[in-house]
Design a protein around this ligand. Sequence first.
Ligand code: PGA
Length: 252
Amino acid sequence: MRKGIIAGNWKMNLTPDESVSLVEEVWERIANLDRVEVVVCPPFISIPRVRELLDSRKMRIHLGAQNMHWEESGAYTGEISPVMLKFYGVTHVIIGHSERRQYFGETDQAVNRKVLSALFHDLTPIMCVGESLKERESGHTKDVVVTQVKRGLFEVPGNLARRVIIAYEPVWAIGTGKAASGGDAQDVAHLIREVLTELYNEEISEEVRIQYGGSVSPDNISDFMSMPDIDGALVGGASIKSESFAELVRLA
Ligand code: PGA
């Protein structure tokens, strides 16, 4: 059985003080729940303070990052390495979010390097894939997603691939309030499992967790969680308010 996983992507929001307050408020509301894994992905600069809080109060919340470089160290001004993330007990890292692809020119090849590096450093990559509105309207959703999954997992051996989390996030649904329907998201999640079976085998395909992301809210989370191939959600806007994030975890 795959365990459900709700991850909050805070993007470029919240100072370290605000990050700590949000985690405290969320924890108050979810401390008695343990059926799903909860991950928060604050901005890098908040990670040390959030780590301290999670440890001091023994909170069952995992700490994630929103991006990383694939190298361990070197002349890469402005970047953060997997070794640095590990130092603060980061366990998950979002890779290839559409905002990184769109605004920072991240290619499938860069995504692949980061996925390999994260796995090599024992971090769990949350690899994002998804089509733009134009690609959807021209009927290319499936090709785009299949290509992104295959390129992102290029040369990732099966024993490591089973640890990858794939987030299907249609670009047109992110931050727009227009989520995909549960059925459409399920179709793509199912397709991703077919690709995984083709690349690896059915056992690995069944083990990989797939999230949906894009305008997930307490109003629609149950639609997604009830789908057989969807195991959780990657949440932006609704994850930076304690009531909605906690409610999402409770409903999931
Ligand atoms: P959203 O963002 O929930 O605000 O649509 C999701 C994401 O970007 O991961």
